[in-house]
Structure formats: C-alpha cells, structure tokens
Design a protein around this ligand. Structure first.
Ligand code: SF4
Ligand code: MG
Length: 328
C-alpha cells in the first residue's frame, strides 16, 4: 500500500550570477505502508532537500507530494498544520532543534499540547509513557537537554516525533553523529517501534551499509537525481548503476582491467550549480561513452521493484549473449 508518493519533484534555487542550482530533478518515489525507504547519496546530493518537502518544511518548484492521495504541497494554514501531525521528522542533531531552557517534559509534550491531545495536567503521565516507549527512565522528565548524552537526546527526539502517533517518520542522518555502538541501539529501537506501530520510515543516510541493514527499499541519489531504486537485500548482488556499485565498493572497470576493483569513487562530485549535460555521473563514471555526454538516462524498470537510470542497460539488452556490461 503506497501512502506517500513524490511525483516529478524538482527544486531549483536561485544562485549568484543569475545561475540556478537544481537540488532535485524530477524525483519519483513511493513509500509503502510500514516499510522503510532508505535514501542514500553523498552530502549535497539533494536528499535532505527532498525530505524537507515530505514534512512540509519547504515546497518543491514543481511536482506533487501525495499523502494518502492528497497533494500536501498545496495545503495552507490550518489544513497544513493538521497535516503535519501525520509526518514527523528527526534530525541529526537534536540539540539544535531543542530549546536548551526547556525541560525534557516540555520538549516531549509540546506537540501533544499544540494539537490539544492532552491537557497540562496530563503532561506528567504522557511524558512518562513516551520516555518509557524510548526506554528512558521516567524521571528524565525533569532534566534539561544538556544533562543527557547524545544517544539519550536522540531518544527524546524520537519520543517527541512519535508523540502524535504519526504514520510516517523521516530520519535525516538521525544516528550519524552517534558512536557506532549507540547508533546500533538507536536503530534497534527504531526498528522495534516501527514493528509495533506499523510506521512508515524515510531513512536518509550517507552510509550505504547502514541503509542496507535497516531499509526495505533503497533509492540512490546523485546530484539531485535518483539514479537507482532497488530492494535493500539486492544491493550487494544486484546493484546495476555504476554509482551504486561504487558506493558499495564493488565497481570494476570493465574497459580496462577486470582484476582491479576501484576502491573509492574517482574524482569529486560536481557542484549542483554546474551539472553537466547528459548523465550527471559521467564525469566520474569509468564506463561513460559519448552517448552519456549527450543524453541524460531516464529511470527505467529492469525488474519488479528495481529501476536504474543508465545507458549501459541498453548495451546489455543488445548484447545478451556476451558478458553483461552491468554485472561485471
Ligand atoms: Fe556511466 Fe553513462 Fe551509465 Fe551515466 S549513463 S552511469 S555515465 S554508463
Ligand atoms: Mg543532509
């Protein structure tokens, strides 16, 4: 069941010198009820820009965001306010979104009070219940954010985000600032809560191995474009886009030497201000051809649940008998 869908989402920002920064280009993605969609790519690829549209912190230049069939980018005023209850977000650093002068009780209960779900008298009980949900002691309610560890603060951020029982939770690098061991416990908590409450999750992360371990479906972004969408379980054995393969560290330069894996991606990502014509990845792609410079590949379905934007797919189709250009 698709409960959230992005259709043809494009975002342009005006930049200096009359130039335009294209942060998102024609993004189409579907979020399935109770599942996790992971969005992965290097910093600056436009994944946070995109996720901000889902929680109505910004609106795209073009395209629609359909929540249960309704375009939330068109909502205003009270309708927009009400709609925000259903899709909540946790950011990388909760300290920047928490008021340092507020006690945990007030931070966690603020959304409930704002939407009239509880009265002031019910705050203590509500806070205790929410802290227990994220496995924190109830007496943390009296603390201030600076009296807690990073992991504890992130649990508070999750408690606050889930206070309104949203259908969708967006996590933007929500565990990236934490130690690996703390990160693991937070992920386990999120997975447990997702199972219990059937929450749909959008998980943004630059770390593809983390995405692989906790997402159902993965969308790979490069320079504002989604270049591949596939089931997380297929990442290691069935990724087809050269960029995805580079991210998982298994790309081989077939034009040169089969024995030499390219450990990391060559070159630097071009600025989204100067996106080259043709395939956005061509400047770093070991398999680029002249066609790649002329024409941007469109995302195409290669099998159920798997879409790829790369011209090599055509070569593969033409050359069925030889070794596949994409599986090398
Ligand atoms: Fe590489 Fe060309 Fe495919 Fe782009 S379209 S990823 S440049 S082979
Ligand atoms: Mg970001």
């Amino acid at each position: 069941e698709v409960i959230l869908e992005a259709r043809h989402v494009t975002k342009r920002f005006p930049a200096s010198g009359g130039r335009t920064l294209v942060a998102n280009h024609d993004i189409n993605l579907k979020f399935q009820k109770g599942k996790t969609l992971g969005l992965v790519g290097e910093s600056g690829c436009g994944k946070s820009t995109f996720m901000r549209f889902l929680v109505s912190l910004d609106t795209p230049s073009e395209g629609e965001i359909l929540y249960r069939g309704r375009d939330i980018t068109k909502l205003r005023g009270e309708e927009l306010r009400q709609s925000r209850q259903h899709i909540q977000m946790v950011f990388q650093d909760p300290t920047s979104s928490f008021n340092p002068k507020m006690r945990i009780r007030d931070i966690v209960c603020e959304p409930l009070l704002n939407f009239g779900r509880i009265t002031k008298k019910e705050k203590d009980a509500a806070c205790r219940r929410l802290l227990e949900m994220v496995e924190l002691p109830g007496d943390f309610a009296d603390r201030y954010p600076h009296n807690m560890s990073g992991g504890q603060r992130q649990r508070v951020a999750i408690a606050r985000a889930l206070a309104l029982e949203p259908e969708i939770l967006i996590l933007d690098e929500a565990t990236s600032a934490l130690d690996v061991s703390v990160q693991k416990t937070i992920i386990e908590l999120i997975v447990k809560l997702q199972r219990e409450k059937n929450i749909t999750i959008g998980f943004i992360c630059h770390d593809i191995s983390l995405i692989q371990s906790c997402a159902d479906q993965v969308a790979v972004m490069y320079l504002g474009n989604v270049v591949e969408v596939l089931p997380a379980k297929d990442l290691a054995k069935n990724a087809k886009h050269p960029y995805t393969k580079a991210l998982i560290g298994s790309i081989f330069d077939i034009s040169m030497d089969f024995s030499k894996p390219i450990e990391s991606i060559e070159g630097e990502a071009p600025s989204p201000l100067d996106v080259p014509a043709g395939c956005p990845f061509r400047g770093r792609c070991p398999k680029a051809t002249t066609r790649c410079a002329a024409e941007q590949p469109k995302l195409r379905t290669v099998e159920a649940g798997h879409e790829v934007a790369c011209h090599l797919l055509d070569e593969e189709g033409k050359n069925k008998t030889g070794a596949s250009a994409l599986t090398g």
